[in-house]
Design a protein around this ligand. Structure first.
Ligand SMILES: *[C@@H]1O[C@H](CO)[C@@H](O)[C@H](O)[C@H]1NC(C)=O
Length: 403
């Protein structure tokens, strides 16, 4: 009896120890975050084991998370939902049912998941798109671009770009009753990266006559050069997105070659000949002092040119929109950027906000002191959190006013 109880106690402590991850004090409902984080960590461990044993790819195991959250396209009393294709790219389409006098607004949305995971059909993304469509009376196109490791850069970018370009044609917009002057491009995390890159390229493309009115970037990942930003250092082991997972996502976007991942981990992946790009991610000038804390800017450490020759994608602004020169940023539409304090990607968003403002782009930058990576998608049970609902509401309010 005594031994049995002891075993139970030990098992309980082990489970509790496993589930427990330190959560910053100002994050409300920490258990909800801890549980989701434990599920992701378990998948991560399983993925690493499966990869070591040669049974499966790490990301294929991680994909179980997205697939477990999948909901089929289902219309409700307000919104008609269908899965279809735009110029060969899979999209989930949300059309408001309410009869309207004039033309509607529209949103092109790209989900997150580190270029490797995620789906427009995940419960939280479906919910967010439905809510956007309903509240703004807008057509929402949520793009299911192809994912790594099966498809690599620039496939993800090209998928979202061609679906966007297809939708922005006047005849297509008019078919859906959309006002060509009121289309927004948006996305979260890796989707925020794609949204920023697509918005830059749509501006440049002379074939595109209907340009987006706004872009909304939700904790976007925007740069590949500096993996030692204060936000990466301060939040290296935060739940949902650790520094090592972000580096894994980045490297999988370009290659399965572990040497890129290793070089990014030691922050020596950029050769000296590309040193001029570091001005665009110079956190000593682009970040507010309060975020720098006791971090001291030391400048870049360069690596061998071999990686950049083999995988030039990581220096391409279509992959890292923060590397675009001033001339490419000038004229970008009205921008919303959400950053979260406890997020490795916080400083990417801050630096983009600084650079856009410097060239006269109107920017609304919302920073959540109690936010963590992915917070805005914590809006469906069992992982709905007050912070998720608050961030979603203020994002939708911005869209109401600016789109
Ligand atoms: C970054 O900014 C600091 C301060 O202005 C400057 O001394 C440094 O040379 C810059 N580094 C790069 C790589 O642009």
């Amino acid at each position: 009896m005594g031994a049995k109880l002891l075993y139970i106690c030990v098992a309980f402590i082990l489970v509790a120890y496993y589930i427990y991850s330190p959560i910053p004090e100002n994050v409300g409902q920490p258990w909800k975050l801890m549980l989701t984080s434990a599920v992701l960590r378990t998948l991560g461990h399983m993925g690493k084991a499966a990869e070591m044993l040669g049974l499966a790819n790490y990301m294929d195991v991680m994909k179980l998370f997205s697939s477990s959250q999948y909901v089929p396209p289902t219309s409700d009393e307000n919104v008609a939902v269908t899965d279809t294709e735009f110029s060969g790219v899979a999209v989930r389409l949300f059309l408001p049912k309410k009869p309207t006098e004039g033309l509607r607004r529209a949103m092109l949305f790209f989900h997150g998941g580190g270029f490797c995971l995620g789906d427009a059909g995940m419960k939280s993304y479906d919910f967010l798109a439905r809510r956007t469509s309903n509240q703004l009376n807008a057509v929402v196109v949520s793009v299911n671009y192809r994912l790594a490791p099966k498809y690599r850069f620039p496939v993800q970018f090209e998928d979202v770009f061609s679906a966007s370009k297809f939708f922005l044609q006047s005849r297509v917009l008019s078919q859906y009753g959309v006002d060509p002057t009121r289309v927004c491009v948006a996305g979260d995390s890796a989707g925020g990266n794609l949204a920023a890159a697509v918005t830059q390229k749509l501006l440049e493309d002379s074939e595109v006559t209907n340009k987006p009115k706004a872009q909304a970037l939700i904790y976007p990942v925007l740069q590949t050069l500096d993996m030692n930003l204060p936000s990466y250092e301060q939040n290296a082991n935060m739940p949902i997105l650790s520094k090592s997972l972000m580096i894994r996502f980045w490297s999988e976007y370009f290659t399965s070659d572990p040497s890129l991942r290793e070089a990014m981990t030691s922050n020596r992946h950029v050769p000296a000949q590309w040193g001029h790009l570091f001005q665009f991610v110079n956190w000593s000038t682009l970040l507010p002092d309060r975020l720098k804390k006791d971090h001291v800017y030391t400048g870049p450490v360069f690596g061998s040119p071999a990686l950049a020759e083999k995988y030039p994608g990581f220096l391409d602004p279509r992959a890292a929109p923060l590397l675009a020169a001033e001339a490419q940023l000038r004229g970008l539409p009205s921008t919303y950027i959400l950053t979260c304090q406890h997020d490795v990607l916080r400083d990417d968003g801050f630096m983009y906000a600084t650079r856009l403002r410097a060239v006269g782009v109107p920017v609304t930058h919302e920073h959540a002191e109690d936010g963590f990576h992915g917070a805005l998608t914590f809006v469906t049970s069992p992982s709905d959190m007050a912070v998720g609902h608050r961030l979603m509401s203020s994002y939708l309010r911005w869209l109401e006013e600016h789109l």
